[in-house]
Design a protein. Structure first.
Length: 256
């Protein structure tokens, strides 16, 4: 797929280091799908959709910093939507998100509520100043919040909020966020793994399932085309939460 040229219609500052770019076209993505964004002269990086025409970016490296520095009227190249997104199943769903990983989940929750599903959300942030999209989730239904520093909601990581919920009540669980946060949740409710859809992040080069840079050991799951949404029971037997590969293919630690 060749990149198309898209223009930024608006830039919204959501939190320190996090901005939403609204684009000049609705690309009709499924929540959980992603786009490869081409910052001309620099790099091409994957970003999940936070709405039908928007991408939410956290400045954590050279490419993402360049994206968040762009303004209204500037343009980028885009390939997408790509990959396999979330599938809305059941009548009662639970959304579990951490940090900027809540962005695709807000998009999912809105589509699920529009389809008549009952939505509960468990959201984790570092502190109250990082609480992006909270009002979007609160409009959907019950919302439980955790913060690492205790500045809002329950003090602790996202998994600390599981005690406030009866996990057995939910037909499907949707998960996205930093890898170690997601692994913590999956480990604590592993008996529910078959009903957890997790949106994960791996290093993408081609985003076409050819190069193998994003494959998960030992099954060889090509995250760029078979994911990024993968059922958690498959992740339990994979490298997820243990190590990940970088640009050279070497193993490195998981973060978050």
């Amino acid at each position: 797929m060749r990149p198309i040229d898209v223009t930024i219609l608006d830039v919204v500052s959501e939190a320190p280091q996090i901005k939403t770019l609204r684009l000049d076209r609705d690309l009709d993505p499924y929540p959980g799908q992603y786009a490869m964004l081409w910052i001309r002269g620099l790099d091409e990086v994957p970003m999940s959709f936070s709405g039908p025409d928007s991408i939410t970016v956290q400045s954590v490296g050279e490419a993402s910093e360049a994206l968040t520095s762009l303004g209204k009227g500037e343009s980028i190249g885009l390939r997408g939507p790509l990959g396999r997104g979330f599938t809305i199943l059941g009548e009662r769903i639970l959304i579990i998100g951490g940090g900027v990983g809540v962005a695709p989940l807000a998009f999912l929750g809105e589509q699920a509520a529009e389809a008549g599903r009952e939505v509960t959300s468990l959201l984790g942030y570092r502190c109250c100043s990082d609480m992006i999209f909270l009002e979007r989730f609160q409009r959907l239904g019950r919302t439980v919040v955790t913060t690492d520093d205790g500045s809002s909601g329950i003090c602790g990581r996202v998994s600390a909020g599981l005690e406030a919920l009866d996990i057995d009540e939910y037909d499907q669980i949707y998960l996205c966020g930093p890898e170690m946060m997601m692994w913590d949740v999956i480990s604590k409710i592993r008996e529910q793994a078959e009903k957890i859809q997790a949106c994960i992040n791996r290093y993408f080069k081609c985003a076409a399932g050819i190069c193998g840079s994003c494959c998960l050991d030992p099954e060889g799951i090509r995250v760029c085309v078979e994911g990024p949404v993968i059922r958690a029971d498959r992740l339990l037997e994979s490298e997820f939460g243990r190590y990940r590969r970088g640009p050279t293919g070497g193993k490195g630690p998981c973060r978050g």
